[in-house]
Design a protein around this ligand. Structure first.
Ligand code: PLP
Length: 399
């Protein structure tokens, strides 16, 4: 028989969210009367707003006409790439530097192909699990060693360092995953922090994969929404982004990656040319219907709908944060991000998860699932219906 890919065997236990769903099911089957509210995962809950939805419907209708029909669109529709460049990057990028994807997570997984096994990886700790698990699958990280995977440099983000890592820990020639606004901590790096990150990457020959999936939640105008707001970032960073959270496209699937032409490997070869080759080889492009929705989302009306939808989730975040603060539970995030990171000093995060489930019938996400530095924390997600969030806030008083 054919052998199993040994990298799969290196992955520890199950993916975090199926594990949480399993524990929720087990609790619900033992407590059938419990009306469980989930503030656990980052899945959107509100309907797609009318103008953007009409864009999707129109996209589907177009496909039923001779003039409007389109087939494969490998790197994405030119009009959408152009609009992304204008709306998010002040037109700084040419359309062949922007690649439309079926979501940020899918690209985060695929981007590893550019660098391959043996690449030194650095991640914020805690971090969105796909950075680490994807690195293990690509063979860039080895087996689990008690508190982390070998081959990965964990960059602790803690209350002591204000949730921004010590960049001195990053080795030469690393691939750095960096997420701001951060999932799970809700921290947003400011301009001087991102400048220091870019400077480190340039000086140490590193490439940053900058995950900006939550950039539309930033309300403080002084905070950078893109790594390319920082000089020299086009020499050292790829940015991934998504329509999932601001437009409610989690189930539609649409995102993009910016791979600047200025970005080069150590030997001077173009990363952009390789990504173009890879995208054409293993990806046949995002759904044309999703892309029609994306185009609508970037019209004036669509942008204001995305603003309203992110405002709504930020309203939820404020309710949760205010409740936790009244309960004297220290937390960060929730102002320019949909996540609130709550500190339970000295307590195991899976135990806190179980306690909140037991006493409040609320599902959260245990911080340890995001990395070693997530121990003693749980993450509250602001993705939920308002009535559920209000009810959850009342129940938190049971803690
Ligand atoms: N990046 C981060 C940091 C996320 O938290 C998520 C989803 O929760 C994603 C990417 C996934 O985005 P997409 O739905 O576009 O795959």
């Amino acid at each position: 028989m054919i052998n199993r890919n040994p990298h799969i065997a290196n992955l520890k236990a199950g993916y975090l969210f199926p594990e949480i769903a399993k524990r929720r099911r087990e609790y619900a089957s033992k407590n059938p009367d419990a009306k469980i509210i989930s503030l656990g995962i980052g899945n959107t809950t509100e309907p797609i707003m009318p103008y953007i939805n009409a864009g999707l419907v129109d996209g589907a209708k177009q496909l039923g006409t001779v003039e409007g029909y389109s087939g494969y669109q490998d790197e994405g529709k030119a009009a959408l790439r152009e609009k992304i460049s204008v709306v998010f990057y002040s037109g700084k990028f040419q359309i062949d530097e922007i690649f439309i994807s079926d979501g940020a997570k899918c690209d985060i997984g695929r981007l590893q192909i550019l660098f391959g096994a043996g690449t030194q990886i650095a991640v914020q700790d805690p971090s969105y699990p796909v950075y680490v698990d994807g690195s293990v699958l690509a063979g860039a990280a080895g087996g689990w060693e008690g508190n982390g995977y070998s081959g990965i440099t964990y960059l602790p983000c803690t209350a002591e360092n204000n949730f921004f890592p010590n960049l001195d820990l990053i080795s030469q020639n690393s691939l750095i995953y960096f997420c701001s606004p951060n999932n799970p901590t809700g921290a947003v790096a400011d301009r001087s922090q991102l400048s220091a990150l870019v400077e480190t990457a340039v000086n140490k020959g590193c490439i940053i994969i900058f995950d900006a999936a939550y950039s539309e939640f930033i309300r403080d105008p002084s905070l950078p929404k893109s790594i390319y707001d920082i000089d020299m970032a086009d020499r050292c960073a790829i940015e991934v982004n998504s329509f999932s959270k601001p437009a409610g496209f989690t189930g539609i699937r649409l995102g993009w990656s910016v791979v600047p032409k200025a970005l080069k490997y150590s030997g001077g070869e173009s990363v952009n040319a390789d990504w173009n080759r890879i995208a054409g080889t293993i990806f046949n492009g995002a759904s044309n219907i999703a892309q029609a929705g994306g185009l609508a989302a970037l019209d004036e009306e669509g942008l204001s709908e995305m603003r309203a939808q992110t405002d709504f989730y930020l309203g939820n975040a404020k309710l949760i944060r205010d409740t936790l603060q009244k309960l004297k539970i220290n937390c960060i995030g929730g102002d320019n991000s949909p996540y609130i990171w709550a500190h339970f000093p000295g307590r195991d995060s899976w135990e806190v998860f179980a306690d909140i489930l037991e006493k409040c019938h609320i599902v959260t996400t245990p911080g340890a699932g995001f990395g070693p530095a997530g121990q003693n924390f749980v993450r509250f997600s602001a993705f939920g219906h308002r009535a559920d969030v209000e009810e959850a806030c009342r129940r938190l008083g049971n803690l």
